[in-house]
Design a protein. Structure first.
Lengths: 112, 113
């Protein structure tokens, strides 16, 4: 099976803009989770979607949102970008059982 | 409040020897634990996992040990190879959602030829 894919791989945005990142899970996986990795905070959970419903949300402001489509593909959106949003954004998918999450290569977002 | 801790930022090991990476957790709701290997600017690669109903799980050169009473887990790599050099993260999940992984801060493993 093909792995988790994320697009775009690299992105440069200006403060105040918004951005949408895309994730295609492993075929058959219905759960998609998003994470942010920064040097200071490490890997932090953003949210999880399962069957188009958000099941869990991390401690991030409302500027961070996401959605999942009927084919399990997911998007996350960050509005009113801040310099501190510069990070590697990772998407992971899993099947119902087992619980292992498989990660995509990430999207490197730079906010200037 | 760091619920998953990897107290060793780095570990240096000679090729062929054993690498032992450690992880502690505080949340009693965690009942599923995973180890990932990561290179810079790439996504983490799943290595091995363990459920709280077990105390040991093996997969090739990788073995994970879980001590529930001490809230401690460790990853053993035997024998270590230079290609194992990377950042290793432990992660935990459980309670209301297994879709949320809580990660430690990572340990940089360097295996010298």
């Amino acid at each position: 099976k093909a792995g988790v894919t994320q697009t775009p791989r690299y992105l440069i945005k200006t403060r105040g803009q918004q951005v949408t990142l895309s994730c295609s899970p492993i075929s058959g996986h219905r759960s998609v989770s998003w994470y942010q990795q920064t040097p200071g905070q490490g890997l932090q959970f953003l949210f999880e979607y399962f069957s188009e419903t958000q099941r869990n949300k991390g401690n991030f402001p409302g500027r961070f949102s996401g959605r999942q489509f009927s084919n399990s593909r997911s998007e996350m959106n960050v509005s009113t970008l801040e310099l501190g949003d510069s990070a590697l954004y990772l998407c992971a998918s899993r099947d119902r059982e087992p619980y292992e999450q498989y990660f995509g290569p990430g999207t490197r977002l730079t906010v200037t | 409040d760091q619920q998953v801790k990897q107290n060793s930022p780095s570990l240096s090991v000679q090729e062929g020897r054993i690498s032992i990476l450690n992880c502690d957790y505080t949340n009693s709701m965690f009942d599923y634990f995973l180890w990932y290997k990561k290179y810079p600017a790439e996504g983490p690669t799943f290595l091995i996992s363990i459920s709280s109903i077990k105390d040991k799980n093996e997969d090739g050169r990788f073995t994970v040990f879980l001590n529930k009473s001490a809230k401690h887990l460790s990853l053993h790599i035997v024998p270590s190879q230079p290609g194992d050099s990377a950042v290793y993260f432990c992660a935990a999940s459980g309670g209301t959602s297994y879709g949320k992984l809580t990660f430690g801060q990572g340990t940089i493993l360097t295996v010298h030829p």
